[in-house]
Ligand binder design. Structure first.
Ligand code: ADP
Ligand code: MG
Length: 362
């Protein structure tokens, strides 16, 4: 049995998510948290919804603006970020160029990069260091070996895993001036923070445009931006996916103003063999899928790339070891274990509502 939430079924779930969000858009009043100085009032704005495709997944948007082109511009923006900067699969991307130069020249050759990509790499390296390598952006060769994205259902050879693991290490990435160098024959894979990077860039785009009062942008169900406010006083509602049910949600988050929400789970891409689940979040210490009794981690915070990388790091680290890391980034989280227990950090307890049967909030 295998799973990939980027399936048709998923499209239905995501559309349902959009409906959940839409169902919560009526009400009166205004919340001014975190909106930019130039943001227009949402009071006289009607919202519109859009479903598009970018970053290999479905992008659901609800936009409060008189400008009806924004949703399409966001899809284009996300596609450009993916193709020109962060996807290792795209030959012309900056990350692909860094990886090529690592493999072509012993010790790596510097690759010129944009200020944006430099910022993404710096965030990745910061979280890699702060998580003691639980999140590691140099896992590319291992993620390609497992090939969950390609639908592979084979456990790779142990000796191959350990030989690739030897070259993994965020300390091999050096960012200096306008260039980045990857010093070992590993590969950069920013897949664990790509959608969060997308959410950050969408937020900046809205800030710069100034005519978006509020928006909810949901990239693939696993990274969500709530921006500004609706035309009503009602807060945003963000669905938290149920790790074992593609239709019913685990719960809902009630959030005001601008927030980023990112989830990592053992349900996104996986296969089962001899009763064991092999999924796409790898432990950089072993090269194998994390097997620590967690099914999902959802992180809420102020920055998208941070939340996305943190959700992966926290999935690797587990509840106890994640708390200090989360506090350092002023982020909150929801952890869900395979025995259906839900742990919520203090700052999120009032915002999270459990909806699924069979789960217990500790
Ligand atoms: P999704 O992209 O499905 O929302 P994540 O944000 O958790 O899920 O990212 C998972 C992806 O990150 C994997 O498919 C892989 O490319 C990469 N990855 C897996 N394990 C790690 C890790 N420990 N550190 C950094 N990246 C990882
Ligand atoms: Mg992530």
């Amino acid at each position: 049995m295998s799973g990939m939430r980027h399936s048709l079924k998923t499209v239905c779930v995501l559309c349902a998510c959009a409906l959940l969000v839409c169902a919560c858009t009526s009400g009166a009043g205004a919340n001014k948290d975190n909106t930019s100085d130039t943001a227009v009032s949402g009071d006289d704005m009607t919202s519109y919804d859009d479903v598009g495709f970018a970053m290999g997944t479905v992008v659901n948007q609800t936009i409060y603006s008189t400008d009806k082109n924004i949703a399409a511009e966001i899809v284009d923006l996300l596609t450009t970020i993916e193709k020109q900067r962060i996807s290792w699969r795209e030959e012309d991307s900056e990350v692909a160029a860094i990886n090529r130069n690592a493999l072509a020249v012993r010790g790596g050759a510097p690759t010129e990069i944009s200020q944006e990509t430099k910022g993404y790499l710096q965030t990745a390296l910061e979280i890699a260091a702060d998580s003691n390598g639980a999140f590691d952006p140099t896992m590319g060769q291992l993620t390609q070996l497992w090939d969950f994205d390609g639908g592979s259902e084979v456990v790779p050879d142990a000796s191959r895993i350990s030989s690739l693991l030897a070259d993994v290490g965020y300390a091999h990435v050096h960012v200096e001036g306008d260039s980045a160098t990857l010093a070992e024959s590993s590969s950069i894979d920013l897949g664990a923070m790509g959608k969060g990077i997308g959410c950050d860039e969408v937020e900046s785009y809205f800030d710069a445009k100034g005519d978006v009062a509020g928006a909810l942008v949901n990239i693939g169900g696993s990274s969500v931006l709530t921006y500004g406010k609706k035309s009503t006083d009602e807060p945003w509602k963000v669905a938290v996916l149920n790790p074992r049910d593609e239709v019913d949600y685990l719960g809902a988050l009630t959030l005001k103003g601008t927030n980023h929400v990112s989830s990592s789970g053992d349900y996104e891409r996986y296969f089962e063999l001899d009763g064991k689940r092999y999924h796409h979040i790898l432990d950089p210490a072993t090269g194998y899928p994390v097997d620590n009794g967690l099914m999902s981690v959802t992180v809420v915070g102020r920055h998208g790339a941070q939340c996305d990388a943190l959700s992966t790091a926290c999935f690797v680290l587990g509840w106890e070891q994640s708390l200090e890391l989360l506090a350092r980034y002023d982020a909150e989280a929801i952890f869900v274990t395979t025995d259906k227990q839900v742990q919520v950090t203090d700052g999120l307890k009032d915002s999270f509502q459990l909806l699924a049967d069979g789960y217990t909030v500790l």
